[in-house]
Design a protein around this ligand. Sequence first.
Ligand code: ADP
Length: 465
Amino acid sequence: SGARVRRARNRRPPQFLERDVDVKFSDVAGLGKIRLELEEIVKFFTHAEMYRRRGVKIPGGILLCGPPGVGKTLLAKAVAGEAGVNFFSISASQFVEIYVGVGASRVRALYQEAKDNAPAVVFIDELDAVGRERGLIKGSGGQERDATLNQLLVSLDGFEGRGDVITIASTNRPDILDPALVRPGRFDRKIHIPKPSLQGRIEILQVHARQKALAEDVDYMAVASMTDGMVGAELANIIEVAALSMLRDGRSEITTDDLLQAAQLEERGMLDRKDRSLEMWKRIALNEAAQAVVAVNFPDLRNIEFLNIAPRAGRELGYVRSKLDHIKFKEGMLSRQSLLDHITVQLASRAADEIWHGEDQLSTIWAETANNARSAARTFVLGGLSEKHHGLNNFWVAEKINDIDLEAQRIVNLCYERVKKILHRNRKLVDVVVDELVKKKSLAKKEFFDLVEMHGSLEPIAPTI
Ligand code: ADP
């Protein structure tokens, strides 16, 4: 009867198996060199025998660390897909049950299924939900979790070095895991998956574009540059939303504009995650608006792609996406006038703070841009571009550090007077842009230029240098 019971259990369909997982590495983009590490994990399956013969240690567990949505689950699936093995998955938060013993028996069942269907990848999402250092949670909930964790440790040890079942777990908090979990033979290999770079975002957008009807001339660079800080899941979502607006309009191709608008929506959706006071939003918006409004006055700088004050990883403040051409700047190819215009724009936040809030209410929001202005002014002087030190004759004079700094300061002061004039003349425009920014958190190119058209006053103000 024992055999019959076992057979009966085996006939039950596996509950943790994901069928038809057909993910390949080519579906995961923007990883750069990390991909090599994952390819090695595939080899633990495909070349297990060779590894064993050579005495190479096959890890029992691999930890994928990184923020939500960067593609950890996708990667685990791709490993199974590339190796051609079964994929079992569970979210660790499902382990944590109210009834004592349920979590532990789930872990046992999961690994039993994997063993019966080896070779296999076992994927545990949010490992930290159960793998938090033991003893940190008090009461019976803590006891239950400890039992689950203990069972997980036992299960991991059962497969150590065999290469037929490899566990991949994901977490955003590797630092709080129980030390027993990361001991050799368990999750002893950590792979960090960061948020994608600019290039990474382009690649991710392109991967998702494969299944959609995108226009030939879609400007991926434009979309990637306005999605700084976003992860793969958000980028995938942008493509979906763009596809919807194409369908809604009865068009047959997704355009750059669809994508940019979808990106803006995605960005707005992220806003509630951080609370700022209205006062703070306004300050940041003013900082942003002032720079943009001043920049549109200058031919080389008016190419503003996007205004944004949404909180972003690693960036406290918003930023205007209009940049001096940095390559030209480095190569010294910028005209004298453009460089002065650049300095003027960099001083816009400082001047706006003074005009709108008064000298005694200054913030430090403009510290970075004011610094840019100073260093650009030095470049200006050192390059022999200032009137006073124009040409070789005077260049030697300027070589004295003090002299350079004094002259740079004179340039900065002149540009500062100029930027104040421009802002005074465009007070209305700045106010409107601030209001819109506070309301929407970001403005697309067209929205911004529509406001400029309505409220701007752009007759040139020549620098008096
Ligand atoms: P995580 O497990 O890190 O939270 P997921 O793997 O669940 O993230 O990502 C969710 C979805 O986002 C994926 O199914 C995929 O559509 C998209 N995605 C995330 N990262 C990438 C990437 N690097 N390349 C392509 N698509 C990605």
